[in-house]
Design a protein around this ligand. Structure first.
Ligand SMILES: Nc1nc2c(ncn2[C@@H]2O[C@H](COP(=O)(O)OP(=O)(O)OP(=O)(O)O)[C@@H](O)[C@H]2O)c(=O)[nH]1
Ligand SMILES: [Mg+2]
Length: 333
């Protein structure tokens, strides 16, 4: 996936169908002078339903949809025949889609499971046919109920959960490069900060047809909480990933300090971010010779005591299999 097809926010107008009219038909037959009421009920209007789909990763497919209208219920007929229900319309969304009221911003609901459905706009009820209104005082009611109108809603769909692994790092750390070597994604890569301005997703094909998704988000810098750089805006995309991968380049002066800055920015955004599984990955280790790497390792063992860390190089393809294995284990533990 590339930057262009990443869509995490769409507005939709949804209208459910109107219920069908009840019929006020009176039964007619040769030789029967006064047939009774036999008007059937109107059918229910179609619902607009939101449904979770685990194979979707963005809202791109809804970008140009804008309006969804369900079908109207059919009218009731003679001989107590009921009108057909209006056609339901399904809007498929990725898991982790939050549905909000467009006017108030209020969260209406959230879709988290594959196949989970929620009615967004309920179809109007069909009217009852005159047959229901017989009584001892009125044997031939000519009255039948109209159908109930459908509902109209303006909503915003917002995507929260995007991936299993979220990449966190300063600008230029090599996040997009890592995504490009682990997945078939083709993000923009360049030797300047803030190359990535929108999240990118990639699917890591793992042994035996397994896979997991990595999200590459714009870099974070110290003071992001105060709006520096691109701020905290994109952190919501990794808010519910189970695992965070902290990417810190090998040529960073103080690796531990950079890690602490990243942790601190996450904490300011949402302290719960720190409860996730964390893996520290030192990138660009092709810039180190063996001796230097051994030296750094000795230092980092002390600095990161007890924390998970490892070295990789996207460019030299070093440590990538180990990294995938490690992530897979973390995701499945
Ligand atoms: N030597 C070396 N350079 C690398 C490696 N990975 C990335 N780079 C270089 O680092 C620079 C930044 O890489 P990106 O992948 O764009 O970094 P990023 O973290 O996505 O940066 P932003 O999108 O700006 O946050 C590019 O010039 C890459 O070629 C690596 O493994 N080794
Ligand atoms: Mg990038």
């Amino acid at each position: 996936m590339t930057e262009g097809n990443f869509v995490d926010y769409v507005k939709i107008y949804a209208a459910s169908g109107k219920g069908g009219k009840g019929s006020s038909h009176l039964h007619r037959e040769k030789f029967i002078e006064k047939g009774g009421p036999d008007g059937g009920d109107g059918g229910r209007g179609g619902h607009v339903i939101i449904r979770g789909n685990k194979n979707l990763w963005t809202l791109f497919h809804l970008k140009f949809l804008r309006h969804v209208k369900a079908g109207h219920g059919g009218d009731g007929g003679s001989s107590r025949s009921t009108g057909a229900d209006g056609e339901d319309k399904f809007v498929e969304v990725p898991l982790g889609t939050v549905v909000k009221d467009k006017e108030t911003g209020e969260v209406l609901f959230e879709i988290t499971d594959d196949g989970e459905t929620k009615i967004l706009a309920k179809g109007g009820k069909g009217g009852l046919g005159n047959w229901h209104f017989r009584s001892s005082t009125n044997q031939t009611p000519r009255y039948a109920q109209p159908g109930i109108p459908g509902e109209e809603v303006d909503i915003i769909l917002e995507l929260k959960v995007l991936a299993d692994v979220g990449l966190v790092g300063f600008p230029n750390a090599g996040k997009s490069t890592l995504l490009s070597v682990l997945t078939s994604a083709k993000p923009k890569i360049a030797d300047y900060p803030f190359t990535t301005l929108k999240p990118n997703l990639g699917i890591v094909a793992y042994r035996d047809f397994q896979s997991f998704v990595i999200a590459d988000i714009p870099g974070i810098i110290e003071g992001a909480a105060e709006g520096k750089g691109l701020g905290h805006y994109f952190l919501r995309h990794i808010e519910r990933n189970s695992t965070l991968l902290f990417l810190i380049p090998a040529d960073t002066e103080d690796i531990k300090k950079e890690y602490e800055i990243l942790i601190d920015e996450l904490r300011r955004y949402n302290p719960e971010m720190l409860d996730k599984d964390k893996l520290i990955v030192i990138s660009k280790c092709d810039m180190l010779d063996d001796e230097l790497q051994a030296e750094m390792k000795a230092e980092l063992d002390v600095a990161f005591k007890g924390l998970n860390y490892m070295f990789i190089s996207s460019v030299a393809q070093q440590g990538l299999t180990e990294l995938k294995d490690k992530l897979w284990k973390m995701l499945n533990s």
